[in-house]
Design a protein around this ligand. Structure first.
Ligand SMILES: Cc1cc2nc3c(=O)[nH]c(=O)nc-3n(C[C@H](O)[C@H](O)[C@H](O)COP(=O)(O)OP(=O)(O)OC[C@H]3O[C@@H](n4cnc5c(N)ncnc54)[C@H](O)[C@@H]3O)c2cc1C
Length: 322
């Protein structure tokens, strides 16, 4: 059980920051992870009174307050439109609606969890983390830099996406039930200039952008995208997927061996690229690839469906090798 000595609903970021400088203080998001800790907290800082629970859009940015819940992210019209359903696809498998009504974007990003769908999604976008550093000082940190850094005692106030013209895609593989921790996560974006960002997470190490993808390019102009004229040919998609499979380092844990994960890197990269390119999906009636948000649904305990998905993955892996 998680114990606290003092509860403080703060009135300002400065108050939160000052309290948080003490090692025994815990700043809370939705407390869904914090409550699993055994060691007691001195002061427990509640940020819920600071108006940081909104998603706002301007011409240039999408600004997501740290207290925005994963459910709000999932159902946000702004995020749905901007990420073409990828945001919803990233979070809709996390436990269940009640859990997602508690867990926050701030806690998910600050936690830098290796299995994080949320981190995987945001790394595929041009994302910055707004940190309150005390005495009215705030700093914008690029998310790749923030994700690689050790946690500090500052307050994460917002996650900010700089808007680009893009196509987006999200995929994850869960081996037993749809609501398990993922065995692998993947997100991608294709930008107007034809460049591609690919992020792989739950390797089981934390999500990172794939360096090999920095040299990948769409083969047609962004505006020409259609099923008849996809931006990448199937041959190129398979070559890029093979490159990702060879270069992304994976490891083993209870959710999968390194060999299995490397095979998944190939399959998931191909799925992401097909979606980004606007290509027709392979005609397999069992196939669960690239459906983005339509993949979502309350599917806890859908073991049969998940086993079918796994057999489909094996078939697709053969395709990547071919
Ligand atoms: C059983 C279980 C299964 C899960 N499965 C998945 C999954 O499949 N995919 C996935 O992506 N995630 C998964 N998660 C993680 C989940 O989505 C949340 O990211 C996580 O639980 C933290 O959310 P929270 O808002 O409750 O943060 P909290 O538990 O409140 O805090 C987490 C950490 O962040 C710190 N923190 C919180 N907010 C701030 C802030 N504003 N500034 C500074 N520090 C802050 C806290 O002090 C703490 O160290 C799972 C979690 C659990 C418990």
């Amino acid at each position: 059980m998680f114990r606290i000595s003092e509860y403080k609903k703060v009135q300002s970021l400065q108050e939160a920051w000052e309290l948080n400088q003490k090692k025994s203080t815990r700043t809370a998001g939705g407390m869904t992870w914090l409550r699993l800790r055994r060691n007691p907290a001195g002061t427990f800082v509640d940020l819920s009174g600071l108006g940081l629970d909104r998603i706002e859009e301007t011409e240039e940015e999408i600004r997501i307050g740290c207290m925005v819940t994963l459910r709000a992210l999932e159902t946000s019209e702004i995020m749905e439109r901007y990420t073409e359903g990828a945001a919803k696809a990233a979070v809709c498998h996390i436990i269940g609606v009640q859990f997602r009504n508690l867990a926050t974007v701030g806690g998910s990003i600050f936690g830098r969890f290796g299995f994080s769908d949320v981190l995987t999604l945001f790394l595929s976008l041009d994302t910055y983390v707004e940190m309150y550093r005390g005495n009215e000082k705030t700093e914008l940190v690029p998310l790749p830099e923030f994700a690689a850094a050790k946690p500090d005692r500052d307050i994460l106030t917002r996650v900010i996406i700089r808007k680009e013209k893009l196509h987006a895609a999200y995929e994850s593989v869960r081996t037993n039930a749809s609501t398990d921790f993922p065995a692998l996560t993947a997100a991608g974006t294709l930008l107007e200039d034809g460049s591609i960002r690919l992020v792989i997470g739950a390797k089981p190490q934390r999500a990172e952008r794939v360096p090999a993808a920095e040299s990948w390019k769409a083969e047609r102009a962004f505006a020409e995208r259609s099923e008849e004229t996809p931006l990448l040919s199937e041959e190129t998609i398979r070559a890029y997927a093979e490159e990702a499979k060879k270069t992304v380092k994976t490891g083993s844990n209870m959710r999968g061996s390194s060999r299995y994960r490397s095979a998944l890197v190939g399959v998931e990269t191909a799925r992401i690229l097909r979606t980004l390119a606007g290509a027709k999906k392979p005609a397999d009636p069992e196939k669960n690839a690239g459906k983005g948000a339509s993949e979502c649904g309350e599917t806890a305990g859908a073991g049969e469906k998940d086993r079918t998905k796994n057999s489909t993955l094996q078939k697709e892996e053969k395709g990547v090798k071919a």
